[in-house]
Design a protein around this ligand. Structure first.
Ligand code: PGA
Length: 254
């Protein structure tokens, strides 16, 4: 009942020609996709070139960030209206790199989530603990606090439209993936918290992605977990063959 969602977070990579080449390779391969959803999140600068390419294909466009105001004197920021206009339907919010390098707080992310929902953008809300927090036995507390902060004041019908990405910070870009069992355990905690924030029916409908060194060789066992409904993929989404293999998880199993 939850359609798996495979998303590529390109981060600050890809010139426009390289972005076009990668998306053309994805489109050429993904002609028969019906049971899963695919999103690419390029840098803002490539969105305009990619929008006409993905139109009418199974691939959807997402942004990696946005500000919560619709317009105004906010030098350097991009608004939800601008993302709508350019053809985005998803937006990653609260990625750990934004929390770490750009000081984004749960409160700020909460405002962005509300603004995205008001403008019919589906937020992919990222949560995840650091290595020190996990080692101190605080992973669950950190993740549930982030969730409560980022989703504060949302109505159950709004929670129902979100995507959550559980991305342990220590697993991002390190090759050190969470074990399927550890990821599943945290996804179950997240779903439980979503039920407390809305209700069980809503929580059961929300897609929870895992992110952090998802690769062709570990995606199948991650996606086999009952509460893992997709992947948010960084490094491996920059190579067409790797991302396609991830999108086609489980199809390759014997
Ligand atoms: P990674 O990044 O797949 O390169 O670990 C994931 C992410 O940051 O979304």
């Amino acid at each position: 009942m939850r359609t798996p969602l495979l998303a590529g977070n390109w981060k600050m990579h890809m010139t426009i020609p390289a972005a076009v080449e990668l998306v053309e390779a994805l489109i050429a391969d993904l002609t028969d996709l019906s049971d899963r959803e695919v999103v690419v999140c390029p840098p803002f600068t490539a969105l305009g070139a990619l929008a006409p390419l993905v139109d009418g294909t199974p691939i959807k466009l997402g942004a990696q960030n946005m500000y919560f105001e619709p317009q105004g004197a906010y030098t350097g920021e991009i608004s939800p209206l601008m993302l709508n206009e350019i053809g985005c339907t998803y937006v990653i919010l609260g990625h750990s790199e934004r929390r770490q390098y750009f000081n984004e707080s749960d409160e700020l992310i909460n405002r962005k989530v509300q603004a995205a929902l008001e403008h019919q953008l589906t937020p992919i809300v990222c949560v995840g603990e650091t290595k020190a927090e996990r080692d101190a036995g605080r992973a669950e507390e950190v993740v549930t606090t982030q969730l409560r902060g980022c989703l504060s004041l949302l109505k159950p019908e709004q929670v129902a439209t979100l995507v959550i990405a559980y991305e342990p910070v220590w697993a991002i870009g390190t090759g050190d993936t969470a074990t399927p069992a550890d990821a599943q355990a945290m996804h179950a905690v997240i779903r439980h918290t979503l039920a407390e924030l809305s209700n069980q029916q809503v929580a059961d409908s929300v897609r929870i992605q895992y992110g952090g060194s998802v690769k062709p060789n570990n995606v199948d066992e991650l996606m086999a977990q009952p509460d893992i409904d997709g992947a948010l993929v960084g490094g491996a989404s920059l190579k067409a063959a790797d991302f396609l293999r991830i999108v086609r998880y489980a199809e390759h199993r014997a």
